[in-house]
Every structure is written in structure tokens, then in C-alpha cells.
Ligand binder design. Structure first.
Ligand code: AMP
Length: 394
């Protein structure tokens, strides 16, 4: 894998696709600079080599040139995080942009305006990508969050460069996933939670070849339990996915993967933080009640599997963690993964909601790696080749 370490950037200009799609408040101030911080090592390496940097990113989903999606809003935050005040141009292509890029000197940064102010970006337009390519000597992709999109700046632009590579962040994402999917260390455990079987089915099928243990939690549980003849009351279920659930269990058995399903649930008489709750066997939930978190016996079982694992992948919460009453399973799982990590296991957390959960409960610095790209990570777990990665690897 070619990373920025492969090149000496002295007197070279890097065109870097970063993911500066950061949240802004009503005053258009950055409320979470994680994504800017994540791109810092790559930018600093290039500047320290004696090179210059042109940064390009999207921000939000603008319809035309909406001021609230202007990257001008993040200039001061970039300056604060990177320690260099970036120059800013009010477009990402055109004569003024080309001039600003040509005039850039070693040690300087140029930040382009939001790529998505042009429809050509998401359309993957070649002529637009060619214009972008004229702004640098070496193309660097450090935006994992958009690596699954064949957009102009993430994929198409790469064909115009002889010299191209991954930034440190993207390289780290790829390596972390590789560590899980192609591990020589065992046992490998995947914890899959979240709402639906249907959104995770391809992931489950693909990772059966990589894991020794598959822990299933969250709303998905009840489709599996009902398919096996259990009584699930009013719990979340995808009726038409029961056959599929049984097939997964059969396939797992054939491949020697141990599947761990919940044995008990925290059940509630309504979908509310204030609901009456009790602990019940996962397959004997009365009508009018629904399972919204895993129960204590289940947690004991899951914790044991986690403690014995060398490699752990976690995607999706074990319960409705947004409500305090049903957050315990997800919190305890986070604790168990943090403990296993302390004892030498490698743990990777990815996918939107589990990332939100580990951050909310303070486990983000107690696991080995928290992925920055929800959709991109899921597609890699599904075994798909991501266009942004392929464009550099080829
Ligand atoms: P996903 O995006 O598929 O990872 O799903 C995450 C969502 O699943 C979160 O919003 C959780 O509240 C929800 N969830 C987890 N467990 C359950 C459950 N037992 N019943 C309903 N929703 C759940």
C-alpha cells in the first residue's frame, strides 16, 4: 500500500482529498473538529517535507452555492488545528483557483471551496476531475468517509496522476479492517447489533469466512428468535427475513462459526424511557411487550466470549442505547471490549451508531480503532472493492 511515506514532497504540491465534512452550529462554527484533526498527520508530513498542500473536501449536501455549506466557515478551525493559516479560494475549479494554486509556496496550504457546489463532483465528471488534477503534482486520498463513492475528487481524479497515494488516515482504516478480515490471530469475534437484519445481511454473510464467533444483538435478535419458533411479543421483527435468518445460522454452522444470540431481554411495555420493564427469556416475551435491550444472562455470555477474543469487531448497538433505560447492554459491551483491549486484543468499532455510542459513553480512546467512515466501512465489511481505494491501488 503506497502512503505519503513513499514520497518526498520537497518542492512538490500535494492535492489532498480530505473529509472536512464537519458539523457546524447555527453561528456556522465547527462543533466537532475530529475530522480535521484526523487529517493533520498527512498534511503536516507534506509541509515538513518542504511541500505545499491544496485541500479539497465536500461539506454537507448543498443545493448550489449555499453560504452555510461554504468551507470558508471552517478556515479558522483548520488554522487552529493544523497550525498554518490556510489561504481560501471561493471555488474549486477555474482560472482564479488555478492561479492561487500556482502561486502557492512551500509550507503553504490552499483550501478550496466546497466541491459539491458543482454537480460534476458527485456525477464523477471527467472534465471537472481533470481541472482539479491541475492543482497539484501528487494526488493524496485521505478521505475514508467518501471512499465508497466514485466521485470526481475521490476516484476519477486519480487517473490523471502518475504519482498518487493514500494519506495516513485512509491507510490506517484499510489496515485496521484488514487486521479483522484477514487475521492470523484467533479467535476473531464480530459483534453485530443495530435495528435490522436486512441492513446487515451482506456483512454477516461476508464476515462468516473471517470470524470464529458471531455475537448478535439489537433489534435483529428477534427475527432470529421468531424464526426458531420463539415468542417475541411486540419486538422488532422482519417477517420476510426469517428464512434468511435460519440460512445464516445454517451457514455459520457449516463454516464452524459459533453464533451467540441473546438468551434474555430487557422487555418494556412501550417504546419509551419511562416504560415499565422486566427481564424475560428472549423466546418468551408476552404480547404487548417488546425487547429493547439484552438481559443480564446474555451479557455474562457475551462478556466471556469478548474476554477470550484476540480480534474484535463491533458494529451496531445491543439495545436502544439512545434511551437510558435500554443503554446498559451497549455500555457493558463497551466496557468488556475496552477491558479486552487493555489485555492485548485488537478492537475495531465502526458504523454510524456504534461510533456514536462509544463516543457518548467514553470508550473511544479505550478501543484500538474507531472508524471514521460508516458507509465506507460497511461496504468493506460486505467485501466490496471501494472505488476510492481501487483508484490508487491499481
Ligand atoms: P443500525 O443503524 O442498524 O446500527 O441500528 C441502530 C439503531 O438500532 C439504534 O437507533 C437503536 O436504537 C436501534 N435498536 C437497537 N436495539 C433495538 C431493539 N431491540 N429494538 C428496536 N431498535 C433497536
Amino acid at each position: 500500500m503506497k502512503t505519503v511515506d513513499y514520497f518526498n514532497f520537497k518542492d512538490k504540491q500535494a492535492l489532498i482529498r480530505v473529509d472536512f465534512n464537519v458539523p457546524l452550529n447555527e453561528d456556522l462554527k465547527v462543533t466537532d473538529a475530529n475530522r480535521i484533526e484526523a487529517a493533520k498527520p498527512t498534511i503536516v508530513k507534506i509541509l515538513e517535507d518542504g511541500g505545499s498542500v491544496v485541500l479539497m473536501s465536500h461539506l454537507g449536501r448543498p443545493k448550489g452555492n449555499e453560504a452555510k455549506f461554504s468551507l470558508k466557515n471552517i478556515v479558522s478551525k483548520v488554522s487552529e488545528v493544523i497550525g498554518v493559516e490556510p489561504k481560501f479560494v471561493e471555488d474549486c475549479v477555474g482560472a482564479d483557483v488555478k492561479k492561487a494554486a500556482d502561486e502557492l509556496e512551500s509550507g503553504e496550504i490552499l483550501l478550496l471551496e466546497n466541491l459539491r457546489f458543482h454537480d460534476e463532483e458527485t456525477a464523477g465528471d471527467e472534465a471537472f476531475a481533470k481541472q482539479l488534477s491541475e492543482l497539484g503534482d501528487i494526488y493524496v486520498n485521505d478521505a475514508f468517509g467518501t471512499a465508497h463513492r466514485a466521485h470526481a475528487s475521490t476516484t476519477i481524479v486519480a487517473q490523471f496522476f502518475e504519482d498518487k497515494c493514500f494519506g495516513y488516515l485512509l491507510a490506517k482504516e484499510i489496515k485496521s479492517l484488514d487486521k479483522v478480515l484477514n487475521s492470523t490471530e484467533k479467535p476473531v469475534t464480530a459483534v453485530l447489533g443495530g435495528a435490522k437484519v436486512s441492513s446487515k445481511i451482506t456483512v454477516i454473510e461476508n464476515i462468516l469466512d473471517a470470524v470464529d464467533h458471531l455475537i448478535i444483538g439489537g433489534g435483529m435478535t428477534y427475527t432470529f428468535i421468531k424464526a426458531q419458533g420463539g415468542k417475541i411479543g411486540n419486538s422488532l421483527v422482519e417477517e420476510d427475513k426469517q428464512e434468511l435468518a435460519l440460512e445464516i445460522l445454517k451457514k455459520a454452522k457449516e463454516k464452524g462459526v459459533q453464533v451467540h444470540l441473546p438468551v434474555d431481554s430487557i422487555i418494556a411495555d412501550s417504546f419509551s424511557d419511562q416504560a415499565s420493564t422486566q427481564v424475560e427469556s428472549v423466546d418468551s416475551i408476552p404480547d404487548g411487550w417488546m425487547g429493547l435491550d439484552v438481559g443480564p444472562e446474555t451479557l455474562k455470555n457475551f462478556e466471556k466470549v469478548i474476554a477470550d477474543s484476540k480480534i474484535i469487531l463491533w458494529n451496531g448497538p445491543l439495545g436502544v442505547f439512545e434511551m437510558e433505560t435500554f443503554a446498559k447492554g451497549t455500555i457493558e459491551l463497551g466496557k468488556a471490549i475496552a477491558e479486552a483491549t487493555k489485555n492485548g486484543a485488537f478492537s475495531l468499532v465502526g458504523g454510524g451508531d456504534s461510533v456514536a455510542a462509544v463516543k457518548q459513553f467514553g470508550f473511544d480512546d479505550k478501543v484500538s480503532y474507531v472508524s471514521t467512515g460508516g458507509g465506507a466501512m460497511l461496504e468493506m465489511l460486505e467485501g466490496k472493492s471501494l472505488p476510492g481505494i481501487a483508484a490508487i491501488s491499481e
